[in-house]
Design a binder for this molecule. Structure first.
Ligand SMILES: Cc1cc2nc3c(=O)[nH]c(=O)nc-3n(C[C@H](O)[C@H](O)[C@H](O)COP(=O)(O)OP(=O)(O)OC[C@H]3O[C@@H](n4cnc5c(N)ncnc54)[C@H](O)[C@@H]3O)c2cc1C
Length: 426
């Protein structure tokens, strides 16, 4: 085990120890006073959990958040950035208020989890001990799920399914299109983050083409799935706002994605070859590497959890929330991650401070913008049941909704965004 001093830890982690006051490696934390919670990943799942544990335990628990990024750009509302409805700045957030809530921030990458010793090993080799570990690393992309696609290919055919540079690349390629240029999209197979996301994105592509006055460009969606989230209301909206512009093909039509050619910009299917000036390939997904390496994922590539607590079924000291978890009927979304994080935070706090925990309840709503003031939604409440997180009633937008309802949905989504980022980042 690497021997650490206060000095070398701070240097390696790229942070000042005097600022974060991190506990140095030692024996069992309870013997030292405050129980220690370490959180890996500062997205909607991890940052929410870290903030809630620090806040709700009133300083009785020592909380450390390990996240390499100093600024987090949200995937949610990134389609609205692509469509020109939001600035990049408006979807980018820092961790200042998370720190203010009493969370110690370590801007480093967690390289491994040593479950036997209950320590997280940072990229620089330092070890951070925990009594409870909460992991929310989000997803990794299975680049090779689409033959010919790779991390390098994503620089030419962006996925933009992880936020930041990829999202900017996608928007700049979209804005560089000339009238008549084709857009080809390959959505991912289930399960993946944000089920309606690819179809909201196609709507935003069409909106930008329409706004530019383009009449010849088309969007072809080559879907590996036979159907998709909110399909009826999306397709109705496409016909009303962008007639003839978006063509969605299910596998029966295109006979399967055979591969992509980055040099020629082509997507080959069993039926034919489609050439795009913009090709958006969103490959299959799995939980982030850190949890797969730690043996917390099953053969599905995601992590089984106890639906009443978000505790790993593999290790009772570890909780997994957000996209990396197998959350039953809940979709992989920021709303879900935030909701799961609160259940995990409550359980962790209750276990470590011997305080009360309430029965787990979860919620999710996913809004999607089809065109200005035409927003659709799908959502549900959830509770543990039948050994999983089970839906206990939901709702979905209807084709017959009035324009007022759709406009109200959009307003609701903006209010939701403002509310959830305040709940995640303070
Ligand atoms: C285009 C698009 C649109 C979307 N729209 C919506 C929407 O409208 N509503 C909605 O609710 N959801 C939406 N989502 C889904 C949402 O963004 C994700 O479900 C959500 O971000 C998942 O949160 P998470 O905390 O599990 O993971 P992430 O947000 O991916 O956060 C994981 C964090 O962990 C860090 N990390 C990973 N590995 C390590 C490690 N080893 N050490 C340290 N840190 C690590 C990463 O840097 C990252 O900051 C959308 C997604 C996309 C792609």
């Amino acid at each position: 085990m690497t021997k650490m001093t206060r000095r070398n830890f701070g240097v390696l982690a790229g942070v000042s120890l005097t600022t974060i006051g991190l506990p140095i490696l030692a024996g069992p934390a309870f013997a030292q006073g405050k129980p220690r919670v370490v959180v890996i990943g500062g997205g909607p799942g991890g940052a929410t959990a870290a903030r809630y544990i620090a806040k709700d335990s009133n300083g009785a628990v020592d909380v450390t958040l390990i996240e390499p990024l100093k600024e987090f750009t949200t995937c949610f509302f990134s389609n609205l950035y692509v469509g020109g409805f939001r600035s990049f700045k408006s979807i980018t957030h820092n961790y200042d208020k998370v720190a203010k809530a009493g969370v110690k921030l370590v801007h480093s990458f967690a390289a491994a989890i040593d479950r036997d010793k209950k320590q997280v090993v940072l990229a620089g080799g330092e070890r951070v001990p925990y009594d409870r570990l909460l992991v929310a690393p989000g997803i990794d992309l299975k680049y090779d799920s689409v033959p010919g696609y790779s991390e390098a290919a994503a620089e030419i055919m962006p996925h933009a399914w992880k936020p930041g540079a990829q999202t900017k690349l996608l928007a700049s390629k979209l804005n560089a299109l000339k009238d008549g240029d084709m857009i080809v999209m390959v959505p991912p197979p289930n399960p993946y983050r944000c089920p309606p996301g690819p179809y909201e994105r196609a709507s935003m592509f069409a909106h930008v083409l329409k706004k530019k006055g383009y009449t010849k460009s088309r969007i072809v969606i080559l879907d590996p799935k036979p159907n998709f989230s909110k399909q009826g209301v999306f397709m109705d909206g496409w016909e009303r706002h962008y007639p003839g512009v978006i063509e969605w093909q299910d596998p029966k039509i295109h006979s399967g994605i055979k591969g992509v050619n980055v040099q020629t910009g082509e997507v080959e299917t069993g039926f034919g070859t489609y050439k795009g000036a913009l090709v958006n390939v969103i490959p299959a997904q799995m939980a982030g590497k850190i949890v797969r390496d730690a043996g917390l994922a099953n053969q599905s590539g995601f992590c089984p959890i106890d639906p009443a607590s978000m505790k790993s079924t593999v290790d009772p000291n570890i909780f997994i929330v957000g996209d990396a978890s197998i959350a039953g009927d809940m979709p992989k979304s920021a709303f879900s991650a935030n909701s799961q994080a609160k259940v995990a935070a409550m359980t962790v706090r209750a276990e470590l401070t011997k305080s009360r925990a309430f029965p787990a309840r979860y919620a999710n709503t996913c809004w999607s913008l089809i065109a200005p003031d035409d927003d659709i939604k799908v959502g549900a409440s959830y509770a543990p049941g039948d050994g999983k997180i089970k839906s206990s009633g939901g709702f979905v937008s209807q084709r017959t909704d009035t324009a007022d309802i759709r406009k109200q949905n959009y307003k609701e989504s903006v209010d939701w965004y403002n509310g959830i980022v305040a709940d995640i980042f303070g």
